[in-house]
Design a protein around this ligand. Structure first.
Ligand SMILES: [Zn+2]
Length: 220
């Protein structure tokens, strides 16, 4: 009974969390002031709030297929991710944007294989995933002779780098990054080993998140 799971889950939350921290939630009802935005995947296994142990109000999240950021295009199409970015950056004035990818991403897999999990009707997915075309090209140069699993992991990580570059195509992001009012991060969560891998631009590689890396990131 999937809906029963949610209705009883909500009632449990209301009784144990909301009522216990009512002042906190009433204050939140007045306004949100998150300092961090995440662009995460819609995948049910990688909920950013759960994986980072954060509370309501702390992280402004947009989730889409394969946690992609499109380049800045001002046209008549409906750009949901761009709208969320615009609100987070220009209205909420978040200080960090994290592009948050993960191992075993179905959207990324569809770029390298005919994914049986995708239905025949995938025109929207196909068009959306074109954002990662350049990342796919780079991956096939780096890892053409590698097994598919390795290629997929590299492509997931390269696609995060593409999204970080695309973030800079939005003028209101670029100017805040240039003036040090906004920082961009790329994270890749590995469901197999339970580690978070953080993109370190100076080394152009992903490093496992440890206390040491966390303090280095804090200081930089
Ligand atoms: Zn995914």
């Amino acid at each position: 009974m999937p809906i029963k799971r949610l209705t009883s889950g909500f009632l449990d939350f209301k009784e144990k969390s909301y009522e216990a921290k009512k002042d906190f939630f009433l204050k939140l009802a007045e306004r949100q002031q998150p300092r961090i935005m995440m662009v995460a995947c819609s995948d049910s296994r990688v909920d950013p709030a759960i994986l980072t142990n954060t509370e309501p109000g702390e992280v402004f999240v947009v989730r889409n297929v394969a946690n992609l950021v499109p380049p800045c295009h001002q046209d008549d199409a409906q750009h949901g991710t761009s709208a969320a970015l615009e609100f987070a950056v220009t209205a909420l004035e978040v200080e960090h944007i994290i592009v948050f990818g993960h191992r075993g991403c179905g959207g990324i897999k569809s770029l390298l294989t005919a994914d049986p999990n995708l239905g025949a009707q995938n025109a929207f997915i196909h068009n959306w995933m074109n954002i990662a075309d350049e990342a796919k090209r780079r991956t096939l140069i780096i890892a053409r002779s590698q097994p598919l699993e390795v290629q997929l992991k590299i492509l997931e990580q390269e696609a995060i780098k593409t999204s970080l570059a695309n973030l800079l195509s939005f003028p209101w992001i670029r100017e805040r990054v240039d003036s040090n009012n906004l920082r961009l991060h790329g994270w890749h969560y590995d469901l197999y080993d339970g580690n978070m891998y953080v993109y370190v631009p100076e080394n152009d590689r992903y490093e496992p998140l440890t206390l040491e890396l966390a303090s280095r990131l804090q200081d930089s």
